[in-house]
Design a protein around this ligand. Structure first.
Ligand SMILES: Nc1ncnc2c1ncn2[C@@H]1O[C@H](COP(=O)(O)OP(=O)(O)OP(=O)(O)O)[C@@H](O)[C@H]1O
Length: 254
């Protein structure tokens, strides 16, 4: 695939060139270049240990690459921590669902970004405004939960994943990065989360998604990055590939 030798076109939400990461003597990935288009779903596939998680963690400031350049939203932007990436507009939805069980849906949606009302020298949490906004965030993404006042502990895995995604988008993310968002879910809940990812795409939110499920990847994504042994082995359009071709690219038989 082609390298990115300059600030990428405005079509790219995120791009990199020459990106490498080692952990001591272990090579996680080497000399990776890519461009993900704005408003598209980009899937990352590869065998166990191919470097997928290390790569996406390096895009969102969890890991610092040893070499290479990263561009986000038209600017060269090395992220030294996840907060910097978040402020720039990248949200990560974690596999282990970073929700607080004992808080309600609305409280989780506004965790660490509570709406505060000031009256003179005093500041109050504006619970009414947060509930109103929580309802509107959920309705924009057609997410059904029994009540915004329900503790998330009582929600199903799929509903919790939907709340995590809603929180990411509600903070104004331009790019949502998901590592195996449906790995722990049943068939119906997987379908619900896939429908939600499609709605993000309809609303022009870019998505990068790591998945081991090739059928899902072909159903959901526009572009697929294939990683093999720490290299970006191929970039294919989902509409132009088959499950067999993806298997061959992942295993190196292609
Ligand atoms: N924090 C770390 N410290 C040391 N080595 C690591 C670390 N994270 C990843 N690695 C190594 O880097 C390589 C790539 O791992 P990575 O988790 O990125 O692969 P992956 O494609 O996401 O695999 P999987 O699908 O199994 O999650 C592996 O050899 C792994 O052992």
């Amino acid at each position: 695939m082609s390298a990115v030798n300059h600030i990428p076109s405005s079509e790219a939400i995120i791009a990199c060139e020459g990106l490498s990461k080692h952990f001591g003597g272990i090579r996680a990935f080497t000399d990776v270049a890519f461009q993900a288009r704005r408003g598209e779903v980009t899937a990352v596939i590869g065998d166990n240990g191919a470097g997928k998680s290390s790569l996406i963690r390096s895009l969102v400031g969890v890991h610092q690459p040893d070499a290479g350049n990263l561009f986000f939203d038209g600017r060269a932007r090395p992220f030294t921590n996840p907060d910097e990436a978040r402020k720039a507009g990248i949200e990560t939805v974690h596999q282990n669902l970073a929700l607080i069980d004992e808080l309600t849906v609305a409280q989780n949606l506004f965790l660490n970004r509570e709406i505060v009302r000031r009256i003179g020298p005093f500041a109050f949490l504006d619970r009414k405004a947060m509930k109103r906004e929580a309802r509107s965030m959920l309705s924009r993404l057609s997410i059904n939960v029994p009540s915004i006042n329900q503790r998330v502990r009582r929600l199903s895995g799929g509903q919790r994943q939907a709340i995590s995604i809603c929180r990411a988008v509600g903070s104004g993310a331009k790019l949502v990065v998901m590592d195996e968002p449906t790995a722990a879910l049943g068939v119906q809940e997987t379908a619900n989360v896939e429908a939600l990812i499609r709605r993000l795409r309809e609303q022009s939110v870019s998505v990068i998604l790591v998945s081991h499920n090739f059928d899902q990847v072909r159903r959901l994504s526009d572009q697929i990055w294939v990683m093999r042994a720490g290299r970006m082995a191929a970039t294919v359009r989902a509409s132009e590939t088959t499950g067999n071709e993806l298997v061959a690219l992942v295993t190196g038989a292609a």
